[in-house]
Design a protein around this ligand. Sequence first.
Ligand code: HEC
Ligand code: HEC
Length: 238
Amino acid sequence: MKKNKFSTKLPVLLASVAVLGAVVAGCGSTSSAPVENTFEDRGRQLFNANCGTCHVLKAAASTGVQGPNLDTAFASAREIGMDEDTIKGIVRAQVIRPQSTDGYGNFPGVTMPANILEGNDLEDVAAYVAAVAGVPGIEPPKAPGEGPGAQIYANNGCGSCHQLAAAQSAGQLGPNLDEVIPGMTEAKIRESIVNPGAVIAPGFPNAMPSDYGTKISAEQLNQLIEFLVTSAAADANG
Ligand code: HEC
Ligand code: HEC
C-alpha cells in the first residue's frame, strides 16, 4: 500500500477491522481503566472501529458524516416509547442487510457495507447503540489523558496497536509511542499518521490503517499530535 490506492476503501476498512479485532481481543485491561461498564466499553470500541467513521453518535464521540446521525435517527423513536430491544433489532437488521431508502437523499453515493460485524460483535454493537443512541443529555466517557487529543486517540483506536502510558493503552502491533515520539519531529508524526505506508518503522508490519487522513480533521490532527508530544515527553521525564 505504498501508492495511493484509496479507491478501494472497503477492503482496507475490512482488513483493518480484522486486525483490530485480533488485537483488541489480545489486550489485557489496565488497572485504572476509567470505564467500569465493560459491556458498553466493548460496544463502544467496536462502534468506533467499524461505524464511527460514517456515523455521529454522541456517546461514542464519533464524528462521521457519510451516514445519518444515529442520535437523531433514534431520538424520536425513543421519545415515543420504543424499547431498547426493538432499537437493537433495527440496528442489527441494518448491519446485516443495509437499507438504502429514499429518505436518505443526504448520502448520495455512500452505501453502508453489509455484514461489517457478525455474531457476538454484532450483538454487542447493536446492544450498545440501542442503549445510548438518542438518549437525552448523554455524554461520552472521558478518555484517559489530558486535553482533546486524548479523546481523539481513544476514538480512533490508536491504543489497540500502540503503547502509550498516558492513554492507558498497551497495544503491541505497532511501535511503543512512549519510546518513539520523543525522537520524532511534529512533521514526522503527522506523516506517520496520515500516510503510514510512506515510511515503515523497521521491524513492524505495514498494518496501520491508511485512511486517518480522511477520518481525522485538520484541527483534530493538531490536537492529537499535541497530545502525543506532550504526554510521551511527560512520560519520558517521569
Ligand atoms: C461506509 C459508511 C458506513 C459505515 C462504515 C456504517 N454505516 Fe450505517 N449507514 C451508512 C449510510 C450511508 C446509511 C444510510 C442508508 C444507506 O444509504 O445505506 C446508514 C444507515 C444506518 C442506520 C439506519 C439509520 C436510520 O436513520 O434509520 C443504522 C442503524 C446504521 N447505519 C448503523 C451502523 C452500524 C451499527 C455500523 C457499524 C457496524 C454502521 N452503520 C457502519 C453508512 C455507514
Ligand atoms: C491496526 C493497528 C494500528 C492502529 C489502529 C494505529 N497504528 Fe500507528 N502504527 C502501526 C504499525 C504496525 C506501525 C509501524 C509500521 C509503520 O511505520 O507504518 C505504526 C506506526 C506509527 C507511528 C510511527 C512510529 C515510528 O516509529 O515511526 C506513529 C507515530 C503512529 N503509528 C501513531 C498512530 C496513531 C496516532 C494512531 C491513531 C490515530 C495509530 N498509530 C493507529 C499500527 C497501528
